[in-house]
Ligand binder design. Structure first.
Ligand SMILES: C[S@@+](CC[C@H](N)C(=O)[O-])C[C@H]1O[C@@H](n2cnc3c(N)ncnc32)[C@H](O)[C@@H]1O
Length: 290
């Protein structure tokens, strides 16, 4: 395991608006809390097939050196190696306890804070740079996108996935426990972590502004079927984020319990938050906005 570029453990205590490593994993989603790895895995199970299909369609395969930022439990890194046959993946996270559990040939693990000013220093360049459900939790995303774009080798690709909220502002969804829970979650995570998904639809433009070309994007919304990975992911996320959600005043304990039961009921008829994936290529000449 290597740890260049950024303090091990990532800049805890950072200010969501003013820099630092963000606040993910501090009050909410603490990696040391029992079951947090399983919660991340439910999210991964809901999205990994879509992510892998996109990365392979973009060419990920033999000969590729890849970087996965905020790699979580490492499911994408492992599948890039096992299924796409890439040469290597550097999996970086502010907390690598889940990544360090399973060593495989080609996988390198580094504990580092992607927001650190020297994050890119000494890492070389990658054919693929990927970050999923990471930038939405961090401050200074435009600077981070430029940093990640610099880590792409000429001809390589930067792929970013983050959440899109399809429920909170939708007319007619007001008042259902599910819609209230979703709204309370986004507002609570914003207060606790600094999480912000409002900018996600503008991600393609941010990639273009970072000097990348051939920019495109797609959205996947996994169906909310009782017992499915995405339904279990939201139920688990709401249990862990309960205090932050209640603190918004938008929902009470009873309403939250009802929303969680609803997710597991045959009567469930709602739209999950989705995943927007945007990508862009570094020109073969390597020019990127400063
Ligand atoms: C929602 S999880 C997503 C995990 C994985 N990318 C996935 O999609 O399954 C966010 C991950 O980003 C990591 N993270 C948060 N802030 C970070 C930072 N400043 N530097 C590096 N990693 C960070 C967290 O530790 C966590 O593993």
């Amino acid at each position: 395991m290597s740890a260049p570029g950024g303090a091990p453990g990532g800049g805890g205590g950072g200010d969501a608006d003013g820099g630092g490593g963000g606040r993910y994993g501090e009050a909410v989603f603490r990696p040391e809390q029992a079951g947090e790895g399983e919660r991340i895995d439910f999210g991964a199970l809901a999205y990994d097939d879509i992510t892998l299909a996109r990365l392979r369609a973009l060419g990920a395969g033999p000969g590729w050196r890849c970087l996965d930022v905020g790699a979580g439990t490492g499911t994408v890194a492992h599948r890039l190696l096992d299924e796409a046959g890439v040469d290597s993946v550097l999996a970086v996270d502010r907390d690598v306890r889940f990544l360090a559990r399973r060593a495989v040939p080609g996988l390198d693990v580094a504990e580092a804070d992607v927001t650190a000013p020297d994050f890119a220093a000494g890492r070389g360049r990658f054919r693929l740079v990927h970050a999923r459900f990471v930038l939405m939790h961090l401050p200074e995303r435009e600077r981070l996108i430029r940093t990640l774009a610099r880590l792409v080798e000429p001809g390589g690709v930067l792929v970013l996935s983050d959440a899109v909220d399809l429920t909170s502002d939708r007319a007619g969804s007001d008042g259902t426990p599910y819609a209230l829970a979703m709204r309370a979650m986004w507002r609570g995570l914003r207060a606790e972590i600094g999480t912000d998904v409002s900018w996600v639809p503008s991600c393609p433009g941010l990639l273009r502004d970072a000097g990348l070309t051939g920019v495109a994007a797609e959205i996947h919304v996994p169906p909310l079927v009782p017992g499915s990975p995405i339904s279990r992911f939201w139920a688990d996320t709401w249990q862990r984020g309960r205090a932050a959600m209640l603190a918004t005043g938008l929902i009470d304990d009873e309403g939250l319990d009802e929303a969680i039961r609803y997710l597991d009921s045959d009567g469930c008829a709602a739209l999950s938050a989705g995943m927007l994936t945007a990508w862009g290529r570094k020109a073969a000449t390597g020019a990127v906005a400063p």
